[in-house]
Design a protein around this ligand. Structure first.
Ligand code: PMV
Length: 315
């Protein structure tokens, strides 16, 4: 069998602004290069097929759980003016799904890249973003576009859903520890609940969303000026606000407090919450290793650490 096209993507973490970004506030996201997704497109004779951890077989019979991916493949083939047949799309992922690490957007980015590669077509950022949004709108309720933007770009991003994205110049010499609670994040539920809270209690929710906005702006500045302690404090405060939104849970809170007691400068949940992952910021690799070991002892099923400096220079 001939391999005909290949596409890669890595995940993302949200440093600041999850949920608030849905309501027009800015957010800051960083690429998560520690785990990647590789999609290959193989030509064969017959119906379009897909192979992934959820399903292996004809795309036409794919289960509901991958309906976004199914629409994405059909739409991308149509965009490329190719018939919906004679390709097998094989997805291999190191990124755990539904943990707030952007695996759904990363799968989509890698699929579009692999299909364009298979048909030797150049792919612009704009077209990539538009195609990926096909799947994101099926997977998420009212997606802000933050995941797709950060993953397509593979660089730190300051994002506003109305104004678009902006680069961040990051001058921070620190480490991020990412820990997986092992519980599935529940994006749809979390986004729905926050929107209900906002509708029912605007006088409580709006000031909190505004505070997240202020902390996000402050973090953008402190990432540039290298004030790591202030970044950590902002992470702690945002976690407290997200707790008030009721989107944290025991597992996330336990890991966040473990990270802090083992030397992290700041820690918070990342992504939609109600499960998924948390992140912690440390000044150096040694502290990051201590924090990661403590998080695993406290029940994290997987941890990753990465240097903010290396992340910026990552290709
Ligand atoms: O948990 P994730 O990676 O799906 O992130 C969701 C982030 C939210 O701000 C909660 C929603 C969004 O569309 O930005």
């Amino acid at each position: 069998m001939r391999r005909s096209g290949i596409g890669y993507a890595t995940g993302k973490i949200i440093l600041m602004g999850e949920h608030a970004v849905v309501y027009g506030k800015p957010a800051i996201a960083l690429p998560f290069h520690a785990a990647k997704i590789e999609t290959t497109v193989v030509f064969h004779r017959g119906a379009t097929q897909i192979e992934c951890s959820y399903y292996k077989g004809d795309l036409a019979n794919a289960p509901e759980v991958i309906s976004g991916v199914k629409s994405l493949i059909i739409t991308t083939l149509k965009y490329l003016k190719k018939p919906n047949k004679n390709v097998r799309v094989v997805i291999q992922s190191q990124l755990p799904a539904q943990r707030g690490l952007g695996s759904s957007a990363a799968v989509s980015v890698s699929i579009v890249r692999a299909l364009f590669d298979a048909f030797h077509m150049p792919l612009s950022d704009d077209v990539l973003g538009k195609l990926v949004s096909v799947a994101e709108e099926i997977h998420h309720l009212n997606p802000s576009g933050l995941d797709a933007t950060t993953i397509s770009k593979g660089k730190p991003v300051y994002f506003d859903r109305e104004k678009g994205k902006d680069d961040i110049s990051l001058n921070l010499d620190g480490y991020i520890v990412v820990a997986d609670t092992g519980e599935l994040g529940q994006t749809r539920l979390a986004v729905t609940e926050v929107s209900q809270r906002l509708e029912e209690n605007p006088e409580v929710m709006e000031p909190l969303l505004n505070r997240i906005h202020e902390l996000t702006e402050q973090t953008r500045e402190t990432l540039e000026s290298g004030e790591i302690i202030t970044v950590g404090l902002a992470m702690n405060e945002v976690h407290q606000i997200l707790q008030q939104f009721n989107i944290s849970n025991d597992a996330l809170d336990r890991l966040v407090s473990t990270a802090r007691t083992h030397g992290a400068l700041g820690a918070k949940l990342t992504g939609s919450g109600k499960g998924g992952c948390m992140i912690a910021l440390t000044r150096d690799y040694e502290t990051a290793s201590v924090v990661a070991a403590a998080l695993e002892a406290e029940g994290a099923i997987q941890t990753w650490l990465y240097s903010l400096k290396e992340m910026i220079h990552h290709d």
